[in-house]
Design a protein around this ligand. Structure first.
Ligand code: SF4
Length: 468
């Protein structure tokens, strides 16, 4: 109930009753609140392609739909574009159904009728699924991908909930962190060779990895190339993120270090908003960084924007998109503002939520622009506490989708995470997941690296041995 109506409070004498029964393999569900009753007979779940686990899940889904329907009638709960789907990765369910032989037309009606999605969202999921499926490999454990996390940033953005330690206050930890990271890179590199693993994509993220500069950055990239790249490595992304870190020298180092894709993230092209969310760069820094990156010849550039930033309306988003259009990135990632508990913005502001219709209009506008630049949506995820119950979407021009983003989001490939705050995800052949997180704090990471490294390598060995 809380996930459908986060402001719901309990204990006011009202009773919500839900019940279900299986009658000749048909699922019969009833939900009742204050005399308002919703009943349903689900015959679709009798389909032999469903398993016992699916049937158990369907009971919960139908009860959830029933609660949503009675809340809509009794409390006027607004319909959500995503119906009863509340998970972060709605694509995973779509892929699982496609794996089991449900054709897209049938799947669309399931998305509409079982999950109560609106037609636009159902079409979006199917469009992205068709684009992603050629990227999947039969073995989730070879090739794999690699993430390296640098948990430092120039300053901390007010909406941030990542591992991001401001250089001003934590810069003294950088040296020790990099030394520990070098050890981890070399050790994981030997393991890759020992197990003969191919690495498909490498992602240097954070934080802002380009807070590491000069010789430190050169050394880091060269170690990554030497130890983590294999013959099959087809993508190397650096999440440059903050444009003010992208001097000519840094971009030249990135290019010489084999970077194929960088992210230059304006979030908005409005100076006042940038100041209010704690980013130190201006709009001109974005333009300059972009022009420099093109000039040094980095092949692909992604730009991130955030919809629903405080004080921004549709006209601000339009202006941001117009500006980005004049630059011409290869990827555009459109985030709807999500305020997690760890973010300063959530602590400072009681109500940042803007109306759902306005959020949807922003999402539609961003799509319109992205399509007009020849891009297609290629990955999607949702977050808790997200603006208007919407989603984040990555767009790309043809042949420019990020392999790493697809593999990381769909969880069909093991991803080894090195560095601060990274989460290693090991995928079994039945696509179940085991996660292992590195410490976020650079000081703990550096202090514990030696004692943890051997245990971690053994754990990886046993996972890859059992997956053979
Ligand atoms: S640049 Fe990204 S990681 Fe760094 S503080 Fe801002 S949101 Fe957080």
């Amino acid at each position: 109930m809380k996930s459908l109506a986060p402001n719901a409070s309990f204990g006011q004498g009202r009773v919500l009753r839900g019940s279900y029964a299986w009658e000749d393999h048909v699922l019969c569900v009833s939900v009742c609140l204050d005399g308002e009753e919703w009943t349903f007979r689900d015959t679709e779940i009798c389909d032999p392609r469903y398993t016992e686990v699916d049937r158990e899940r369907r009971v919960k889904e139908r009860v959830r739909l029933g609660i949503r329907r009675v809340f809509e009638r009794v409390y006027g709960l607004a319909p959500s574009p995503w119906g009863i789907l509340s998970g972060v990765r709605p694509m995973k369910m779509v892929h699982s159904m496609l794996d089991r032989g449900f054709p897209p037309e049938e799947l669309k009606s399931i998305l509409l009728e079982v999950y109560a999605l609106n037609s636009k969202k159902a079409d979006l999921l199917l469009e992205i699924a068709a684009l992603q499926r050629p990227y999947f490999h039969s073995d989730p454990n070879n090739p794999i991908s690699i993430y390296v996390g640098i948990p430092f940033c120039p300053t901390r953005c007010s909406y941030c909930s990542f591992a991001a330690y401001p250089l001003e206050t934590h810069g003294h930890l950088l040296k020790g962190f990099l030394q520990a990271l070098h050890l981890e890179i070399a050790a994981v590199g030997s393991l890759l060779r020992e197990l003969q693993l191919e690495v498909e994509a490498v992602y240097l993220g954070g934080g802002t990895p380009t807070t590491v500069q000069g010789e430190d950055l050169e050394r880091l990239l060269s170690l990554m190339r030497e130890h983590l790249f294999t013959a099959g490595t087809r993508e190397f992304t650096v999440e440059a993120g903050r444009p003010e870190t992208l001097s000519k020298e840094t971009l030249n180092i990135l290019k010489a270090g084999g970077t194929q894709r960088i992210c230059i993230n304006p979030q908005t092209m409005h100076a006042a908003t940038l100041r209010s969310i704690g980013r130190r760069h201006g709009v001109d820094d974005v333009r300059t960084a972009f022009a420099r990156a093109r000039k040094v010849g980095i092949p692909l550039i992604n730009m991130d924007i955030i919809l629903g930033l405080p004080g921004e309306e549709l006209s601000h988003v339009r202006r941001t998109l117009e500006e980005i259009g004049t630059l011409g990135p290869d990827n555009l990632t459109v985030h709807s503002l999500a305020l997690k508990r760890a973010s300063r913005l959530r602590k400072d502001l009681d109500q940042v939520q803007i109306a759902q219709e306005q959020g949807e209009a922003m999402v539609d506008l961003a799509r319109e622009y992205a399509l007009s630049w020849g891009m297609s949506p290629y990955y999607l995820y949702r977050q808790r506490h997200i603006l208007g119950d919407l989603e984040n979407i990555g767009y790309a021009v043809p042949q420019a989708s990020s392999v790493y983003n697809i593999q990381m989001m769909e969880e069909r490939q093991s991803i080894l995470a090195l560095g601060g705050g990274g989460v290693t995800k090991l995928v079994s052949s039945d696509l179940t997941l085991t996660r292992h997180a590195n410490p976020k704090c650079p000081a703990s990471y550096a202090a514990r690296i030696r004692e943890h490294l051997e245990d971690r390598l053994n754990l990886l060995r046993s996972h890859f041995a059992s997956s053979n």
